[in-house]
Design a protein around this ligand. Structure first.
Ligand SMILES: CSC[C@@H](O)[C@@H](O)C(=O)COP(=O)(O)O
Length: 352
């Protein structure tokens, strides 16, 4: 069951476009009904776009930030990278502060800083090549993870996914959605369910639209329907992405992932987390140490710009949660699969 995957058919959605002069970001706030690109001509515009979810998804925000550093380089004069580094550090810090939870952002910026410090007089070229490499490597990782993750899924299975982990959230193909694309192409996955992912609706606005572009049938469910679905036997795997994977295998991902993992375990279904090694943070020992982003409660108080909740009601809007490693059956990365993750098995694949 190793049918060749025609990757070209998944290349249509391009959330991040570098023109040579500017960074164009497909405005995910306006999908699925408008496909508009926001043009960023400086790094602060990129930081704002990350903060406001024009571009979102852990790998995608790292890639966008890397290009943001290429834009920042236009605004400073220096004879080599070591001279440019302190001048660019404030812009780097503003990009880094745009969102706290996904480690890919800090990871990509650390790569850009490291390249800069070693670069000679072509330091601007070095930054551009590194941003391109970060993007290219992410696409390759996604394709590899698609193969590795799909191989775990028995033919005829149904899957449930959460949030958006596809081309929109990455350099292309996707993490969890890459596994689903590969699994469908190989005939392993018979039925795909996506939940809405309230409150920002990444599932209903982005994921089912992405799958529709590919001609993959997906059935949308309310988040609240997930346990009922897991109980009734149509789904064997919950397949999700990650924003940060800790040294002990705990996983931070979109709010609601934790309850899916609890429900999957309760119903004897399996939980797969798919993320590139850029999402693995061996410096964070466990999920307790992760900063969980809290966003504007207004995201909960209305729909599509119209208020749906009585005036004066308060809301709390944490947008990520932590799934303990003990509830995860497999973490799939491009470096390999960690089954039943714990500190020892994580260390064996990713080092100290
Ligand atoms: C490949 S994306 C994996 C995760 O980043 C995804 O599941 C997620 O939580 C995205 O959150 P978002 O707030 O939309 O950036």
């Amino acid at each position: 069951m190793t049918a060749t995957i025609d990757y070209a058919r998944y290349d249509r959605i391009r959330p991040i476009r570098w023109t040579g002069q500017a960074l164009e970001l497909l405005d995910q706030r306006r999908l699925p009904f408008a496909q508009d690109y926001l043009v960023c001509e400086d790094s602060d515009a990129v930081a704002g776009a990350i903060r406001d979810l024009v571009v979102r998804g852990a790998p995608a925000i790292g890639i966008a930030a890397a290009w943001g550093m290429v834009l920042a380089a236009r605004a400073v004069e220096a004879k080599d990278g070591a001279g440019a580094a302190p001048l660019l550090e404030p812009a780097l810090q503003r990009l880094n502060a745009a969102r706290p939870t996904a480690v890919n952002l800090a990871w990509a910026l650390a790569r850009m800083r490291a390249v800069l410090l070693l670069a000679g007089d072509d330091w601007r070229g070095a930054l551009e090549r590194e941003a391109r490499a970060i993007e290219t490597e992410d696409l390759a990782a996604n394709r590899r993870m698609g193969e590795l993750g799909a191989a775990l899924i028995a033919p005829g299975s149904g899957v449930l996914t959460h949030c958006n982990t596809g081309s929109l959230a990455t350099a292309g193909f996707g993490t969890a959605l890459g596994v689903i694309r590969a699994g469908v192409a190989q005939g392993r996955i018979g039925k795909v369910f996506a939940d809405e992912t309230r409150p920002w609706m990444q599932g209903s606005r982005l994921t089912v639209w992405e799958l529709q572009q590919d001609g993959i049938d997906a059935t949308l469910i309310a988040d609240a329907a997930a346990s009922h679905l897991l109980r009734n036997g149509q789904v064997q795997w919950v397949v999700v992405g990650a924003d940060r994977i800790c040294a002990n295998g705990d996983v931070a991902n979109k709010i609601g992932t934790y309850q899916l993992a609890i429900s999957a375990r309760f119903h004897g279904k399996q939980m797969m987390v798919v993320a590139p090694s850029s999402t693995v943070d061996m410096a964070t020992p466990s999920g307790e140490a992760i900063e969980i982003e809290e966003r504007d409660p207004a995201e909960l108080l209305g729909m599509a710009g119209s208020r749906t909740v009585a005036e004066g009601v308060q809301a709390w809007n944490p947008v990520f949660d932590v799934t303990p490693a003990a509830l995860i059956d497999a973490i799939v990365t491009e470096k390999g699969v960690v089954e039943r993750p714990d500190a020892a098995s994580m260390r064996a694949l990713f080092g100290a």
